[in-house]
Design a protein around this ligand. Structure first.
Ligand code: ZN
Length: 651
């Protein structure tokens, strides 16, 4: 049943820039949704087609479409951040289940797949999945002008050619382990509900940072909300995880974030519980800290570059602006790929957020000789403001010593990776993390600068291995063991310097990891483009290329003028005219009325038959490199309606 309620007080996209579907994209947006939900290849791989609709005047509704039903919702200002309200549901609400505790163990995951004997075929259907914080995690994305028009969340097992995958909205691909270890935190396991945007504010709270007049999750500062400073960061979407704090336990002097990229939470738990000798160094940290029983829910899309920067800023990707590994800049007509570039990507992080590195420097001062705070980002995609910054090519320390330290642990890289993964392009696996380890050891040994106050250290190997072997494969387990060995070297250095007991360790990941049915070779986001639609596709995101059409009927009713513009404004802020567009006008009497073409100014005109009302005429607008539009002469769209997919609303 469809219910539509008035959306009074609803708050739309924070920074408008063409994201989502506007009135000029109703037809193309609906056609893309239909292609994804009705074509054979679309149905095989698509779980959710997600968008936001921006009406003329700005009224904004967020939508998720699935074969089983659709849901629309709006958001409003709350005391902190936003609240979300469903305003439309048709068929089954595909985001109804949002339980963060679902599928929290490997046994539950395998049981949900109905295939407990074969971890390589643990394919989980949507009926067994949940979508934690779905309304918030979707709405935030569309706050950035870099956000797409549509984003596709594939079925949990149906993306790509690798045995392990992530990126989707569901709980398996979105859950990260989260452990705080050291001074100031409880010991044991807590069942708190957490999001990865909560990590940075919790660190600030544990370090005793001052509250500032910054933005909360709604983008409004404390003073704009009429209260005293209540956040720790320039933009703080997350909250302090009070459930992990133990103020009687002292305060850390420094923070070391160990980010095990792509490490499955259920897999980590399984190793800890099933093998008492496994991962001794991680185990030591976990026993000296507090582990979140159900992990923590990451950014959407659940992919490396957006997720790392959400952890490092306390702000979702729609607010830090690195919305996807690769994304399209509408105004520039350009696709950029921070994750593809790997290096020199700090410049893409938006000005609206503050990294933990920047916050540490704000509180403790810039690094200057032996003064201020010294911070390090090691092989880590969140990098802005770090003094040592691998991915900005700013390496602090003697190069010869670094090479020697790298060679010292070279032999700990298993030869297996080169032998088995060369064809996957992952033959460097192990070597990158071994270099990161050498940087970490050197930064603590080097007495020419202060002891690092903050280290954010990425370990890439768990991710590479889980992609190439599958998250629960023995190869992924060996990669975690090798990572644990590296963590052991770091703990050795801290032990030898007497720093272990005063260091807060945070162990987490940037996303979960699901088992993929590689035979499907699923890739739903490409489907609209492969069906001939004009679109820029950077999986899982789609930017549709549409024309804005304005029709003016002259006051004497004899003629009409059509203006055709590129629906995306360019860098001047204007929408450029589209020349050479073919406009065909038809009526219900004998079909053909007129065919005309736009000039360099994007304008065309034609005569209206005297016996017909404007609403009885229809026109198509066809321009190269754009989706064809169909409209009535009164300007209304002639568009497919995906609501027709649901039997209940068909009558
Ligand atoms: Zn990752």
């Amino acid at each position: 049943m469809t219910e539509t309620m008035p959306a009074t007080g609803a708050v739309g996209c924070e920074r408008a820039g063409g994201q989502g579907l506007d009135a000029n994209q109703e037809e193309s947006g609906n056609a893309a949704i239909m292609a994804l939900l009705t074509s054979e290849e679309g149905r095989a791989a698509t779980d959710l087609v997600i968008t936001c609709r921006v009406a003329d005047g700005g009224a904004t509704t967020y939508q998720a479409w699935a074969e089983r039903g659709m849901v629309g919702w709006v958001r409003r200002y709350a005391e902190r951040g936003y609240t979300y309200e469903v305003v439309e549901a048709c068929g089954e609400n595909p985001l109804e289940r949002q339980d963060v505790t679902a599928l929290s163990t490997l046994a539950e995951e395998l049981a949900a797949a109905g295939n407990p004997e074969d971890v390589q075929r643990a394919f989980i259907e949507q009926a067994q999945l949940t979508y934690p914080y779905a309304y918030e995690r979707i709405a935030q994305l569309f706050d950035s002008p870099n956000a797409p028009d549509i984003i596709v969340s594939p079925k949990s097992y149906a993306y790509g050619r690798q045995p392990g995958q992530h990126g989707a909205l569901d709980v398996v691909q979105s859950r990260s382990p989260l452990i705080f270890s050291g001074p100031g935190v409880k010991r044991g396991v807590v069942a708190a509900e957490a999001r990865q945007i909560d990590v940075a504010p919790t660190i600030c709270r544990l370090m005793g940072f001052p509250l500032i007049d910054g933005m909360d999750g709604s983008g409004r500062t404390s003073s704009e909300r009429g209260i005293t400073p209540d956040v720790y960061l320039k933009r703080q979407d997350g909250r302090v995880l009070d459930e992990v704090l133990d103020d009687a336990d002292g305060r850390p002097e420094r923070v070391y974030i160990l980010l095990l990229d792509g490490q499955s939470q259920t897999e980590l738990l399984h190793r800890l519980e099933s093998d008492p000798t496994a991962v001794p160094n991680l185990r030591r940290l976990i026993e000296n800290g507090v582990m979140l029983q159900h992990g923590s829910i990451t950014n959407f899309p659940s992919i490396t570059w957006p997720s790392h920067n959400a952890i490092g800023t306390g702000a979702w990707c729609g607010h830090h602006d690195i919305v996807n590994p690769t994304y399209y800049l509408r105004a520039q007509r350009e696709t950029i790929s921070p994750q593809g570039m790997q290096f020199d990507t700090a410049k893409y992080l938006g000005d609206g957020v503050e990294t933990l590195f920047e916050a540490f420097h704000r509180v403790y001062g810039e690094w200057d000789g032996m003064q201020g705070a010294f911070t390090a980002s090691i092989i880590e995609p969140c990098v802005r403001g770090a003094d040592h910054a691998t991915l900005e090519r700013r390496l602090v320390g003697d190069r010869g010593e670094l090479i020697a330290l790298t060679q010292e642990t070279d032999h700990e890289i298993s030869p297996r990776w080169v032998e088995e993964l060369e064809e996957h392009g992952h033959k460097m696996m192990g070597q990158i993390d071994n270099r990161g380890l050498a940087q970490a050891r050197q930064l603590f040994r080097d007495q020419s600068h202060p002891t690092p106050k903050l280290v954010f250290h990425e370990f890439s190997q768990p991710d590479s291995a889980a992609h190439d072997y599958g998250p629960h494969h023995e190869g992924a387990r060996q990669a975690l063991d090798e990572t644990d060995l590296r963590i052991g070297h770091i703990l050795d250095v801290l032990d030898s310097l007497g720093l272990f007991d005063s260091t807060l360790f945070v162990i987490t990941t940037d996303h979960g990891m699901a088992t993929t049915d590689v035979e499907l070779r699923g890739n739903p986001a490409r489907i609209p483009e492969r069906h001939g639609m004009a679109a820029v596709t950077c999986e899982p995101c789609i930017w549709l290329r549409d024309v804005a059409v304005t029709i003016e009927v002259a006051s004497d009713g004899r003629t009409a003028r059509v203006e055709v513009l590129d629906n995306d404004a360019d860098t001047t802020g204007e929408r450029p005219p589209v020349a050479g567009a073919t406009i065909r006008v038809v009526d219900s009497v004998d079909g053909h009325v007129a065919t005309t073409h736009t000039g360099a100014d994007g304008l065309a005109a034609f005569a209206i038959p005297a016996d017909l009302l404007p609403a009885e005429l229809a026109l198509s607008v066809q321009a190269e490199h754009f989706n064809t539009r169909h409209l009535r002469l009164d300007g209304t769209n002639i568009s497919p309606d995906p609501h027709s997919l649901y039997a209940e609303s068909a009558g």
